[in-house]
Design a protein around this ligand. Structure first.
Ligand SMILES: C[S@@+](CC[C@H](N)C(=O)[O-])C[C@H]1O[C@@H](n2cnc3c(N)ncnc32)[C@H](O)[C@@H]1O
Length: 272
């Protein structure tokens, strides 16, 4: 594996994550009781605007119950569980971080969704699937960790059927250098932001046609202002996953957005 991927893996190393999740959830509900996927939203939707953003992206991608969906960079599996619960589809998550995949499987057992939602440890740059296996691919807040965009988007195109949809939701550069640390990188060594235009161009070059392309920065700023006004986050939250400095990482994302250093891009493409 190359240095950049090792650095990204280190950022999401999450030592003892599943045990910490068990402890955090034990205070709220008995191990035997199935958890409602939406109850985990403060913890398992690891991107700006949380569950609302996943719900909107799924709607834009037109996901239906008979779709086979791949969630690339699936984190601890919140978006995958939400899609299966709300749209009735089959979802496969892939993530570079072994502890995240282990935690995703644990939480999916707890929500009783293991028959519809599964996870594998792998790199987005070498997806362990044959050509044309999926109807829809999701990529939420992952591309900013990946330098080799042509390969990333080519891999996603490869595993999609002709006419399949690719829905992406990411932090993009607006020209300025971000303040670090941020939720996806503690230093610039593992942060590889492109502008919205460069992102769209790289995706189209990989064999996609643009269906939707929108700047969601204002909605993200409103969400951050609301979080600031509403005091401490509900528990358990992403601090359990990323550690006690998560509040600082999230605050820097807010600062970068408010200062116009980064934007939020939502886009949906068709595999051509
Ligand atoms: C900010 S989290 C977002 C997780 C999830 N998409 C969500 O929205 O809840 C970024 C995720 O991307 C994963 N990731 C980063 N680079 C990757 C790569 N090359 N291949 C697979 N996963 C990667 C990380 O391990 C991490 O789980």
């Amino acid at each position: 594996m190359n240095d950049a991927l090792d650095g990204v893996r280190e950022h999401y190393r999450a030592t003892g994550l599943t045990e910490r999740l068990k402890a955090a959830l034990a205070t709220n509900s008995a191990e035997q009781q199935p958890l409602a996927p939406a109850r985990l939203a403060a913890l398992d939707q690891f991107h700006t605007r949380g569950l609302a953003a996943t719900a909107e992206l799924a709607k834009l991608a037109g996901i239906t119950a008979d779709n086979s969906v791949i969630d690339v960079g699936s984190g601890i599996g919140g978006p995958a569980r939400f899609l299966a619960a709300s749209h009735g589809c089959q979802v496969t998550g892939v993530d570079l971080s072994e502890p995240f995949v282990e935690a995703a499987r644990y939480l999916t057992e707890r929500t009783g969704q293991s028959d519809r939602v599964s996870f594998q440890t792998a790199s987005a740059l070498a997806l362990p699937f044959d050509e044309g296996e999926f109807d829809v691919a999701l990529l939420q807040h992952v591309a900013m960790n990946i330098a080799d965009r042509p390969r990333l988007y080519a891999e996603i195109r490869r595993v999609l059927k002709m006419g399949g949809r690719f829905a992406t939701y990411d932090v993009v550069s607006n020209g300025g250098e971000p303040h670090y640390p941020v939720p996806w990188a503690r230093t610039s060594d593992t942060s590889f932001l492109l502008t919205a235009d460069a992102t769209r161009e790289a995706i189209e070059l990989a064999g996609f046609r643009t269906l939707v392309c929108q700047d969601d920065s204002e909605a993200a700023k409103a969400w951050i202002a609301q979080l600031r006004a509403s005091g401490p986050p509900p528990s358990p939250n992403l601090g359990v996953v990323m550690g006690p400095d998560f509040a600082q990482l999230a605050a820097n994302l807010g600062r970068n957005l408010m200062e116009g250093r980064v934007d939020i891009l939502t886009a949906v493409f068709e595999a051509a």
